[in-house]
Design a protein around this ligand. Structure first.
Ligand SMILES: [Zn+2]
Length: 480
């Protein structure tokens, strides 16, 4: 790079340098145009700009910047562009870059690739991390502004969406509320201004939502016939969960209890991996086995899984799904893992609650695909929706499932360690309105447990334990 810069500034370039610089620029531009609104397209655009800058081709640099500007307006890559820009500005103002990258992840909860990029930048800039209060503050926006809206489906059980989760990302001083108005669900609040960046009309046509509309002072959902909506405020996000008509029918069919089992991870997100085992696959297998047993033992109940194939389901969608179908309880199944050799493996069960346990924070960061810094962000957010009775009921469910799963596992591995029921900040549990737990059924990275997980007998024993815990909790509910 120095040779090129020097030759431009002092001597004028030799033909070779000029040609190779031009070739690099043409190549990067070609890649950028071809890749379009993807993370690769953003990377190529940055290389294009850099090549133009190095070759001193001002017009090309402006073209690359205009192209980047266009990408920034594309929702699919807006987060990636924000993080890329934060990285470029990091040498000048690392603190501002930290804030920009931090905010980017808050507004893109389902963009795993962007979260990973942001997390890397936040790690590099850790020394410049602003105090928590500054990270928590929404900046100096007067009033309340909503500039971004996301619509997530939750139709993972049947072809037809059973519900929809709509997220609004408020900035400034917001006190949003949602209320039903005929066939509409209207979100408004004092001083609310809905930015023109939110589409005027967004046809949804699934999961109980016909369309989403922007008014200057409100966001309006047009609900399908028979659909109902509930809203709650998570601070950085305002959540509206819509249950489609079909879900009400399902409840009306007379199912006594509705159990939702959530096999962790899936698709490209395979979770932990060790000894030929993928967490996503083992979790799905355990969930299917447990679901079959619960259905057999509680014939009047309905048991549904948040995924039945090896596919990606957003963390947001899992709890939203359980809310949408009106589940009585939610059990998310995972397998534990650690980067360092594991001395004590075993079974751990978590309820959603604040914690300062370092191990729990690290595990939550792994499961949430975020940094520890962001897990503490979720803690802050949870403080607003924290309900003591919800924690208490979740703890009862956790105790039953934990005890029975441990007993089940010990039928095959008599020494299987008991790591206990703990609190942690799992994103997948945030917003669930029923007793909700996350089970780490064994340690994938503990060789004895991995070997056992390869066998049908151990999987069936764990699944029978999970099912037993669920059955016991339901019996306790019915006895009330
Ligand atoms: Zn997991």
């Amino acid at each position: 790079m120095w040779a090129v810069v020097a030759c431009v500034v002092l001597f004028g370039c030799g033909d070779d340098d000029a040609q190779s610089g031009r070739a690099a620029l043409d190549h990067a531009r070609g890649e950028a145009l071809e890749a379009g609104a993807t993370a690769a397209g953003v990377d190529a655009t940055l290389r294009w700009r850099e090549a133009a800058r190095e070759a001193g081709l001002e017009l090309d640099r402006l073209r690359a910047e205009r192209h980047l500007e266009g990408l920034a307006a594309q929702p699919a890559v807006a987060c990636v562009v924000t993080v890329a820009r934060a990285r470029l500005a990091a040498s000048e103002d690392p603190r501002a870059s930290y804030l920009a990258a931090y905010r980017a992840t808050e507004s893109a909860p389902d963009d795993a690739a962007c979260r990973e990029r942001a997390r890397r930048l936040l790690d590099e800039l850790a020394a410049h991390r602003p105090p928590a209060a500054e990270l928590a503050s929404r900046g100096s926006i007067a009033g309340c502004r909503v500039a971004r809206v996301a619509v997530l489906g939750s139709g993972v059980i049947t072809a037809e969406a059973l519900g929809t989760r709509v997220l609004l990302f408020p900035e400034g001083d917001c006190l949003l509320e949602g209320h039903a108005q005929g066939g509409l669900f209207v979100v408004s609040g004092p001083g609310l201004v809905v930015d023109s960046a939110v589409p005027e009309e967004l046809p949804v046509g699934a999961g109980g939502v016909v369309a989403l509309r922007r008014r200057d002072d409100a966001v309006v959902l047009e609900l399908a016939e028979g659909a109902s909506a509930q809203a709650f405020d998570l601070g950085s996000r305002f959540v509206i969960d819509v249950a489609a008509h079909t879900t009400l029918d399902e409840r009306a069919e007379g199912a006594a209890r509705l159990v939702v089992i959530d096999p962790g991870h899936g698709g490209m997100d395979f979770g932990a991996r060790f000894d030929g085992l993928k967490e996503a696959q083992v979790a799905l297998d355990l969930a299917e086995r447990a679901a079959r047993i619960v259905a057999r033992r509680l014939p009047s109940s309905r048991v549904v899984l948040t995924r039945t194939r090896d596919e990606i389901v957003g963390l947001e969608q899992r709890a939203a799904f359980a809310n949408a179908v009106g589940a009585d309880l939610f059990v998310s199944i995972h397998l534990n893992a650690a980067d360092e050799p594991v001395r004590v493996g075993g079974v751990t069960t978590f309820v959603l609650d604040v914690t300062d346990d370092r191990q729990a924070l690290r595990l939550a960061a792994r499961e949430n695909e975020t940094g520890v810094a962001e897990v503490t962000g979720i803690q802050r957010l949870l403080a607003r929706v924290h309900r003591a009775d919800q924690v208490e009921r979740s703890r009862r469910l956790a105790e039953h499932v934990h005890e029975a799963t441990l007993a089940g596992g010990r039928r095959v591995l008599p020494e299987l360690p008991d790591r206990g029921v703990k609190s942690a900040m799992f994103y997948v549990l945030v917003g669930a309105r029923m007793p909700a737990i996350l089970l780490e059924a064994s340690f994938l990275t503990k060789p004895e447990e991995a070997a056992a997980l390869h066998t049908e007998a151990y999987r069936e024993a764990l699944a029978a334990g999970i099912a037993e815990g669920i059955v016991r909790y339901v019996a306790e509910l019915d006895a009330r």
